[in-house]
Write a protein that binds this ligand. Structure first.
Ligand SMILES: [Zn+2]
Length: 505
C-alpha cells in the first residue's frame, strides 16, 4: 500500500476538530512535503520523523513522500502530528498493516524515537470518546486521558511501542490507560479557610456576601493589610464544581498545558496573574485562540492584585466577560468565544505610595498624583465591580487580642454553609445568582418596602448612581437578604449594600 490515513485532532479555542493525516509514498526523487496549513513546528516534523524512524530500526522509504493534513483550512500547531505522520510512513511503505479499528494518534517524537507529551489531550480524549475512536497517546499524557474516562485508550513511551500496539502485539494490556476516578478529594491540600484570618470583620463579611451572590469585589488598603491573603480565601467559601463544570474547567486547563490533578477535580480555580502579564496572556488569543487567565478562572476566582498597574487595554477587556461570562476573540480567519465566567476579586493601594488614610505611615503623594492613580481605572469598569471596601491595617490591639486566643472566630457560624444556603435559595427562586440577574429579573425578585424604597431613592441622589449602579445595588441587597433568609429586602439589608458600594475615597 502506498497510501495511509491516520486520525488525529487539532485544537482551536476549546474545540478539537478532527484532522485526517493522509500520507502518500510515490515514485520520483526522494522528498518529504507536508501540506495543509501547517505551522513551522509541524513542518519541522519531517526531520524528527525521519530520525525517529531510523533510530527505532525502521526503514525510511526512498520515494517521494507527501503528507496532507485535512481539512486544509484548519491551522495546525505543535508536535502532536509527529506520531500519526511516522505511523503513516510505516503503513504507506508496507512496514505496518492498517489497524482494524479507528485510532486517533497523538505525540511528539524525539530523535531517538521516544514519545513526548503534548498539551490539550484531555479535550481531544473527550471528543474521541464521543466519536467512538480508540486513542493512542504518549505515556506521559496517560494521566489526563485517564481523567477523561475514555474507555479505549493506550499510552506508549516510544514509537516502537506505538507500532507494536497497532500491530496487535500481546504487550497491549500493559499500555492500556484505565479510566481513573475523579472527584475524590483524598490527599488534596486543603485550601486556606476564612476562619484563620485575624480581625478584618468587614472584609470577611464582604467575602461571604461576594461568595453568596457571585459579586465582584475590590479591596482598597495599604501594603501589608492582608488583601491577597483575604482574596485567596474566597474559593474555600464557594461550593464545589458539578461534574459537568469540572469537565469544562479541566478542558480549558488541558488546552493551556496545565497539569490536571484528580484530587482537586471539583475545586474551583483561583488564578492570580501578575500585573505585568500581557493582554494576550490574560485575555487569550494567538493563532489557535489559546485561553487566557480569564478563561482559566472560568467558574472560579480571578484575583488581580495592584489593579491600577494592569495595562489599560487588559482592564477594559474585562468589561465584556464581566457582563456576558465569555470573551470573543477575533483573528484573521476565525472568531471564537471562550468561556470566562469568573468572579473578579481585585486589590489596590489607596494611592501610588500606598499609605493614604493609613494610621501609622504618612502618604507622600500630591493631590494631583492621587487623582492620576485613581484615573487609571475607568468609570465603566468600576461600575461593574459590585463591592468596594477598605481594608485597613490591623491595629496593634486587635492583633494582641487575637494572639491571646480571643476573637469570635469560634462562635461564628460556618460561613461556607451560610453561603451555600443563600446560593441555593437564589438559584431555586431565580435560576441564577443575584450578580448575574438582568434588570427585569431583579425587579421581579426585589420587592422593596416603602421605607426601603425611600432609602434607595435618597442614596441614589447622594451617591449620584447610574442606572447600572442602582441595578448592582439591588443585586447586592438581594444577596444580603438571601443570607439573612429574608424574602423582602429590608432597610438594614439595603443599608449594608450601600455601605459596600461606596465610591473610592
Ligand atoms: Zn500616597
Amino acid at each position: 500500500m502506498s497510501l495511509a490515513r491516520i486520525l488525529s485532532r487539532t485544537q482551536l479555542g476549546l474545540e478539537a476538530p478532527l484532522v485526517q493525516v493522509e500520507l502518500h509514498v510515490g515514485p520520483g526523487l526522494p522528498g518529504f512535503t507536508i501540506v495543509g496549513l501547517p505551522a513551522p513546528v509541524v513542518r519541522e516534523s519531517r526531520e524528527r520523523v525521519r530520525a525517529a524512524l531510523l533510530n527505532s530500526g525502521y526503514q525510511f522509504p526512498a520515494g517521494r513522500i507527501t503528507v496532507n493534513l485535512a481539512p486544509v483550512e484548519l491551522s495546525k500547531q505543535g508536535g502532536r502530528f509527529d506520531l500519526p505522520i511516522a505511523l503513516g510512513v510505516l503503513i504507506a511503505s508496507g512496514q505496518l498493516c492498517t489497524p482494524q479499528r479507528a485510532f486517533e494518534c497523538y505525540g511528539e517524537l524525539g530523535l531517538a524515537g521516544e514519545l513526548r507529551p503534548v498539551s490539550g489531550l484531555f479535550l481531544a480524549a473527550l471528543h474521541a470518546g464521543q466519536d467512538g475512536h480508540a486513542l493512542l497517546v504518549p505515556a506521559a499524557n496517560a494521566g489526563e486521558v485517564a481523567l477523561s474516562a475514555h474507555a479505549a485508550a493506550w499510552g506508549a513511551a516510544t514509537l516502537r511501542e506505538a507500532v507494536s500496539l497497532l500491530a496487535g502485539q500481546p504487550a497491549d494490556a500493559a499500555m492500556r490507560v484505565l479510566p481513573s476516578g475523579n472527584g475524590a478529594l483524598g490527599g488534596a491540600p486543603t485550601p486556606p479557610a476564612l476562619a484563620d484570618v485575624v480581625g478584618q470583620w468587614q472584609a470577611k463579611r464582604a467575602l461571604i456576601i461576594a461568595a453568596a451572590g457571585g459579586h465582584s469585589l475590590l479591596m482598597v488598603g495599604p501594603p501589608g493589610s492582608g488583601k491577597s491573603m483575604l482574596a485567596a480565601r474566597l474559593p474555600a467559601l464557594l461550593p464545589p464544581l458539578s461534574q459537568a463544570e469540572a469537565l469544562e474547567v479541566a478542558g480549558i486547563a488541558s488546552v493551556s498545558g496545565l497539569q490536571l490533578d484528580a484530587r482537586c477535580w471539583t475545586r474551583r480555580p483561583f488564578r492570580a496573574p501578575h500585573h505585568t502579564a500581557s493582554a494576550h496572556a490574560i485575555v487569550g488569543g494567538g493563532p489557535l485562540i489559546h485561553p487566557g487567565e480569564i478563561s482559566l478562572a472560568h467558574r472560579g476566582v480571578l484575583f488581580l492584585d495592584e489593579l491600577p498597574e494592569f495595562d489599560r487595554r487588559v482592564l477594559e477587556s474585562l468589561r465584556e466577560p464581566l457582563e456576558t461570562g465569555s470573551i470573543t476573540i477575533a483573528r484573521a480567519r476565525s472568531r471564537l468565544a471562550l468561556p470566562a465566567q469568573f468572579q473578579l476579586v481585585a486589590a489596590m493601594n489607596p494611592c501610588a505610595c500606598g499609605y493614604l488614610g493609613d494610621s501609622i505611615q504618612a502618604c507622600r503623594c500630591t493631590p494631583a498624583g492621587i487623582e492620576r492613580y485613581r484615573q487609571r481605572l475607568s468609570g465603566p469598569l468600576l461600575d461593574r465591580v459590585d463591592i468596594r471596601i477598605d481594608v485597613p491595617r490591623l491595629a496593634v490591639g486587635e492583633l494582641l487580642h487575637a494572639a491571646v486566643g480571643g476573637g469570635a472566630a469560634a462562635r461564628e457560624a460556618d460561613p461556607g454553609a451560610q453561603v451555600q444556603a443563600a446560593r441555593e435559595r437564589r438559584l431555586k427562586a431565580s435560576g441564577e445568582l443575584s450578580a448575574r440577574l438582568s434588570a427585569p429579573q431583579l425587579r421581579q425578585c426585589c420587592a422593596l418596602s416603602a421605607v426601603s424604597e425611600r432609602l434607595l431613592r435618597r442614596s441614589c441622589q447622594q451617591l449620584g448612581l447610574s442606572g447600572r449602579g442602582v441595578h448592582r445595588l439591588l443585586a447586592l441587597g438581594r444577596t444580603i437578604a438571601d443570607l439573612a433568609g429574608s424574602e423582602p429586602i429590608e432597610p438594614p439589608h439595603l443599608a449594608e449594600a450601600i455601605q459596600l458600594r461606596r465610591p473610592l475615597l
